[in-house]
Design a protein around this ligand. Sequence first.
Ligand code: AP5
Ligand code: MG
Length: 191
Amino acid sequence: MRIVFIGPPGAGKGTQAVRLAEYLEVPHLSTGEILREAQAQRTALGDIASQYINDGRLVPDEIIVRVVAQRIEQPDCDQGCLFDGFPRTLPQAESLDALLAAQQQQPLDLVLNLTVDEEELIRRLVQRGRVDDHLAAIQERLAEFRSLTQPVLEYYQSRGLLHNIEGSGTPDAVAGRIRTIVDPILQSRSS
Ligand code: AP5
Ligand code: MG
């Protein structure tokens, strides 16, 4: 399966994508993690990413699309993968469609949008304390989500792929809600 996780910063995309990837036995592809790894290794990609991430701004589309294109070419993505934090702009969504059509001839199955109220998001992130979890960067990430990622939700809604998942409650409760969407699809494919 090819599933996109969307949601504002702190909504639980990573937490839920890790669990679902294990359940579905497909790789978890987090663009945020790829960029943080590149920063840690001090690669050219990491140096560019640092100009954006720490202030909570999005990395330019062409850079991110190149990163994803290289990753999904790997053979472990042949049977599917979970996209966490990508796409988050309309040009990224259009590029993903083109990549999946060209490289794998497999469209997306589902888009899961995790919703959590803003107070709770800020509380989670401040508590976690990553380098981009200071208040100014969190506000910037939320603003980027509203202006650039919201249109991506409409794009997928119009194709009938979007499912909104209530992201508050325990991680187990959220995972259960996700399974109620994913399991019927799995069952329909195995019968
Ligand atoms: P990215 O790493 O994707 O960060 P984000 O979208 O801001 O979201 P987070 O990873 O902080 O939150 P999450 O939704 O994964 O929640 P998590 O499970 O961690 O991107 C970082 C940066 O990289 C961007 O700002 C941008 O600069 C760049 N970037 C990445 N992708 C890009 C792209 N496509 N285009 C351009 N730039 C890009 O949970 C958060 C916290 O809450 C954790 O501590 C967790 O333990 C806790 N938690 C999770 N679930 C629950 C729950 N149910 N109850 C209580 N606590 C919970
Ligand atoms: Mg994450």
